[in-house]
Design a protein around this ligand. Structure first.
Ligand SMILES: Cc1cc2nc3c(=O)[nH]c(=O)nc-3n(C[C@H](O)[C@H](O)[C@H](O)COP(=O)(O)O)c2cc1C
Length: 297
């Protein structure tokens, strides 16, 4: 299953790209409208994209009136990403969304550009759970000191799945002035630099929870997608790559099928968790096996 990452595709501006996805994920919506941060809000770096959009969005009222209805007409199931500054904010949006045809609610529990409520993850998931029967995916920051523990807490509080990972804080300097290129100073780094970070997060959270996981972070090719699936992802989201390559959904889907076949898997889904078998063999197997695999752990 291939989705877009929240904030990296406007399905109403690019409906042909959206229709190539198995589900479309909205930009994070908050109870009240937000203008977001002042420009400059985007900067390219050697290893990815830095952004400080700051959750700019029209607010849940206008979203429900003007954005969601045409999104639902596109075809793919719609996942609505919600954010806020307190558990009550998330609960409020979930109450409103419960009566809609949204397929999934993604709880954006991480955004480096606003006060991040990671430590309240369980409280937020529980508050959201009380307001809706829709599947709830908790989207976590890779900067958490123990992401698996937070994932476990989210699962216990009623999360049905995890979206891993959001951006990680980064800074880019103007080479001439040596001043920050983003108006906010730091921003969220996405793209290639996130790949190993995302793999580690997915790997740890799959082991901790076994929940369905949407893996994301620097996916540009079918091999990157297959690696996330082998780490434990059940779906993959495309983010930064969509800015450079709107054809990425079809391309990555085809490459993923090829890569999976090359590795002997009948379908990409059959590769889910494959990296863990190796870890289990190394942990449980005879000493020689452990030694052989030591460097691959
Ligand atoms: C311009 C931009 C805007 C984003 N906006 C959101 C957002 O509104 N909500 C959210 O949960 N993540 C947001 N993200 C993070 C992405 O959904 C994704 O987690 C991250 O970019 C990692 O995937 P990638 O490396 O494939 O881009 C945004 C990322 C970018 C680059």
């Amino acid at each position: 299953m291939i989705l877009n990452a929240s904030g990296c595709l406007d399905p109403l501006v690019a409906p042909d790209v959206a229709r190539r996805l198995d589900a479309v994920v909205t930009k994070t919506v908050t109870p009240l409208p937000r203008e977001g941060n002042a420009p400059v809000r985007i900067a390219e770096t050697d290893s990815g994209l830095l952004n400080s959009i700051g959750l700019a969005n029209p607010g849940i009222d206008r979203f429900l009136a003007d954005v969601l209805p045409p999104l639902l007409e596109l075809g793919p199931p719609v996942w609505v990403s919600v954010g806020g500054f307190s558990a009550a904010d998330y609960a409020r949006s979930c109450t409103r969304l419960d009566a809609t045809a949204a397929a999934v609610v993604e709880l954006n529990l991480s955004c480096p550009n606003v006060a991040a409520p990671e430590d309240e993850a369980a409280a937020i998931v529980a508050a959201a759970r009380a307001e809706t029967d829709k599947p709830l995916y908790a989207k976590l920051s890779p900067a958490l000191p123990d992401i698996a523990a937070v994932a476990g807490a989210a699962a216990e509080a009623g999360a049905d799945g995890l979206s891993l990972v959001n951006t990680i804080r980064g800074l880019a300097l103007d080479p001439a002035t040596l001043r920050p290129r983003l108006a906010t100073g730091t921003g969220g780094l996405s793209g290639p630099a996130l790949r190993p970070v995302a793999l580690a997060a997915v790997h740890a959270c799959f082991r901790a929870t076994g929940l369905p996981i949407v893996g994301m972070g620097g996916v540009e090719t079918g091999r990157h997608a297959l690696e996330l699936i082998a780490a434990g992802a059940s779906a993959v989201a495309l983010g930064t790559v969509l800015f450079a390559d709107p054809g990425a959904p079809d391309r990555v889907r085809a490459e993923l099928a090829e890569e999976a076949a090359l590795h002997g898997f009948g379908t990409p889904a059959a590769a889910r968790g494959a990296s863990h078998e190796r870890v289990a063999a190394a942990v449980n197997g005879p000493r020689a096996e452990r030694e052989r695999l030591r460097l691959k752990l």
